[in-house]
Design a protein around this ligand. Structure first.
Ligand SMILES: *Cc1c(COP(=O)(O)O)cnc(C)c1O
Length: 374
C-alpha cells in the first residue's frame, strides 16, 4: 500500500493514511487559492451528506485534534444559563468531564458500567434528577474499551425531554451513520484522523443550524468559537485565520477515497472484516476479549493481558514494532489489557500478518499461557 518502511499503526489514532492522501499535501497554496477553498467546500458538503444533514445541519471545521472539537462544541453550544449532563463509561467520557471542569462549564455527570451499554432508563433517571439540565453530551464509540453506546435510544430520550444532544463521534465517524434526520442532535464532533483516514490536526463539528444560530456570543474563546468560524466560512468560504492548507488538501483527498471505497457501509464492512480476523485469530491463540462481541465495535478490540509471568506489555510492543506494527496499551485502571485497532488503511490481510508477528513475539518472550485462568 505504501513504499515507506513506516510501521503500520494498529492504534485508535493516529491511524495509517494512504500514500495518495499524503501525496495530496505536497503543495504550498495561499489561503484564498481556489483549490483550498474547493477542498474546504467539498469536505463540508461531503461530511454533511454522510450524516444526511442537508437543510437542517451545517459543518464547521476547527483546528486541532478531536479533543479540540469537543472543547469547541461545549464552549459554543452551552449558553450562559445552561447546564450540561455528561455521560461516561470510559476514558473519553471522563475527558469530556475534564474539559467541562477546565472551562468552568456548568455541568454534572453520571457514570455507568464500562463493559455494558447504558440504557435509556439510566438517561431518563439522570435527567429527571436534575431539571436544570439543558444539554447532554455522550461518546458514541468509547475507544478505551471499544464499546458502542446506544446513540439512537439516547437521542430519543433527549428529543422527548427537549434537551440538546452533543455527541463525541470522534472514533466512529466515517464507519457509522449518525443520521441527522433521525437522531435530532445539536452537534456531532468528528476528527480528520480516525475513520476518515486523513492526517491529524483538524476536527469537524456537524451542527444543527438552528442551535448554532442561537449560540452567538456563548463562546469565551475566539479561536474555538464555532459560531464565528461558521459565519465567516459561509460568507467567504475560508478560515478566519491561517488555514491548515496542507491538511485541507489531504482531507479532501481522504474523503474522495471514502467515497470511492463505497462510503460508510463499505468502510464499516472493511473494519468489521479486519476486526473479525483479529478477534478470531487472538481467540485461537487463547486470548480473551474484554467485551462481549454484541457490544463491541469494529474500531478497536481490547484484550486481557496473558496471565503468564513472562508477559510484559512493553516487550510485546517492542517486538511488534520491530516487525512493523504499532499496538496500544490498555487505558483502564481496573483491568490489565492491551488494544489493537482496525482503523486506517488496514486490511484483513495485514491483520493476518500482525497476528503472525504477535505469535512470533510471544514465542520469543516465552509467553505460553495467553488467557485461560491457570
Ligand atoms: C481519539 C478520541 C478522542 C480524542 O481525539 P484526539 O484527536 O486524541 O484529541 C475523543 N473521543 C474519542 C471517542 C476518541 O476515540
Amino acid at each position: 500500500m505504501d513504499d515507506t518502511d513506516d510501521p503500520l499503526l494498529l492504534t485508535p489514532g493516529p491511524a495509517t493514511i494512504s500514500a495518495r492522501v499524503k501525496q495530496a499535501m505536497l503543495h504550498d497554496y495561499a489561503s484564498g487559492d481556489p483549490r483550498v477553498i474547493e477542498a474546504i467546500g467539498f469536505a463540508r458538503r461531503y461530511l454533511l451528506e454522510l450524516c444526511n444533514g442537508a437543510g437542517s445541519h451545517t459543518v464547521v471545521p476547527i483546528l486541532g485534534s478531536g479533543t479540540s472539537g469537543v472543547e469547541a462544541t461545549i464552549g459554543t453550544f452551552l449558553p450562559e444559563g445552561g447546564r450540561l449532563l455528561i455521560h461516561t463509561n470510559g476514558i473519553y467520557g471522563d475527558r469530556i468531564i475534564e474539559i467541562a471542569r477546565h472551562m468552568r462549564a456548568n455541568h454534572t455527570s453520571f457514570r455507568t458500567a464500562p463493559y455494558t451499554p447504558p440504557t435509556a432508563e439510566q438517561f431518563e433517571a439522570a435527567l429527571a434528577a436534575d431539571p436544570a439540565i439543558t444539554h447532554v453530551m455522550v461518546v458514541h464509540c468509547e475507544t478505551s474499551t471499544g464499546i458502542l453506546n446506544p446513540i439512537e435510544a439516547i437521542a430519543e430520550v433527549c428529543r422527548r425531554r427537549g434537551k440538546g444532544l452533543l455527541v463525541d463521534a470522534v472514533a466512529s465517524f466515517g464507519a457509522f451513520a449518525l443520521d441527522a434526520k433521525k437522531l435530532a442532535y445539536d452537534a456531532v464532533v468528528c476528527s480528520a484522523n480516525k475513520g476518515l483516514q486523513a492526517p491529524p490536526g483538524l476536527a469537524f463539528v456537524i451542527a444543527k443550524r438552528a442551535a448554532l444560530e442561537e449560540s452567538k456570543g456563548n463562546a469565551r474563546s475566539l479561536t474555538m468559537d464555532l459560531w464565528d468560524q461558521h459565519q465567516h466560512m459561509e460568507r467567504t468560504g475560508m478560515f478566519r485565520f491561517t488555514p491548515p492548507t496542507h491538511l485541507l488538501l489531504a482531507m479532501a483527498e481522504a474523503l474522495r477515497e471514502h467515497q470511492e471505497e463505497g462510503g460508510i457501509a463499505a468502510r464499516q464492512a472493511r473494519y468489521r472484516r479486519s476486526w473479525k480476523r483479529l478477534v478470531d485469530g487472538m481467540r485461537q491463540m487463547g486470548f480473551r476479549t474484554l467485551l462481549a462481541d454484541e457490544v463491541a465495535s469494529p474500531i478497536v478490540a481490547t484484550f486481557h493481558d496473558p496471565p503468564d509471568e513472562n508477559y510484559a506489555f512493553q516487550k510485546l510492543y517492542d517486538g511488534m514494532l520491530r516487525r512493523g506494527f504499532v499496538i496500544f496499551p490498555g487505558r483502564l485502571a481496573a483491568a490489565n489489557t492491551f488494544r489493537i485497532a482496525c482503523i486506517g488503511v488496514v486490511t484483513e490481510a495485514e491483520i493476518g500478518r500482525a497476528l503472525d508477528a504477535l505469535a512470533e513475539t510471544l514465542a520469543e518472550m516465552g509467553v505460553t499461557r495467553m488467557g485461560r485462568a491457570a
